[in-house]
Design a protein around this ligand. Sequence first.
Ligand code: AHG
Ligand code: MN
Ligand code: MN
Length: 334
Amino acid sequence: MYRRTTLSHNLLDEQRRLGGSGSFTALMTDILTACKMVAHEVNQGALVGNLGVAGSENVQGEEQKKLDVLANDIFLHMNALGGNYAGMASEELEDVHAVKGSADGRYLLLFDPLDGSSNIDINISVGSIFSILRLPDGASPNSADAFLQPGVKQVAAGYALYGSSTMLVLTTGNGVHGYTLNRDVGMFFLTHRNMTVPADTKEFAINASRMRFWEPPVRRYVDECLAGKEGPRGKDFNMRWVASMVAEVHRILVRGGVFMYPADAENKAKGGKLRLMYEANPMAFIIEQAGGMATTGTQRIMELQPTGLHQRVPVILGSRNEVERIVQYHGDKK
Ligand code: AHG
Ligand code: MN
Ligand code: MN
């Protein structure tokens, strides 16, 4: 273990390589601290009364769990301390959160402080997702407009997975690397170098209880998987659904697979289920950097021009050959 490199050292190496001023390294350090604090609170669970509902709703009309609120507070507080961000936007906040007194902040932070929160009370993996953008020249961090940049503009994206171990997976546009937290030392150590999504897979993830709402391309794809060896795919598939996007994406990064939360007859009017700015874009950046693909079914997610902070989009991501097939099925429909 003592021969492994740490995430902090890799960030410093990256800073030297790019000749940066150190502000990106500093802001990443704030995120790592926030993730370690959330990991601690998730881990403490019922011991300190962290489970259960908060008794409030977020801007999306979703019931907030105590840990949703706590994780959001931790992210807001820790990331404001260093003055590295000009502003933040969170799945749990209606409006953007300008960071007071950070005249030098050149970056914007967007985050889902706790993803998969329906899993908190049952001790199944949850996570935090983040995306970092530059503050455009002349833009005000007090306005949502500054944040409405397509995913291709992301400077970095990552997630923390609070699972059987706590991991931090990060891309700065130079591949994807995974780090595991040593709680006693308080540091993330490099354990998963150059994570890559295998192009082929025999595993898919979708909430099958929504089957009656699915559109023909998704129905066709899943039907063909379910038909197994005897069907047109000529092989048996396995299915998973954790209901925690962080955990699903992590599985796909480690052993391949496809994750789908498509537009369907029930969610179409809202745009889909998952949020473009806090979930779809950062995960699309990570998956693409690992050699996979991320699409709505008809468009590359990272090229979508956002129209609202809390915009929802269909998400289909993972192993390249499978995602290409699903895109093709969407084309065949026309
Ligand atoms: P969040 O906990 O941040 O609201 O996100 C939950 C998301 C995502 O993580 C997961 O894939 C999906 O919602 C689960 O949806 P279902 O409840 O339909 O399974
Ligand atoms: Mn989420
Ligand atoms: Mn959330």
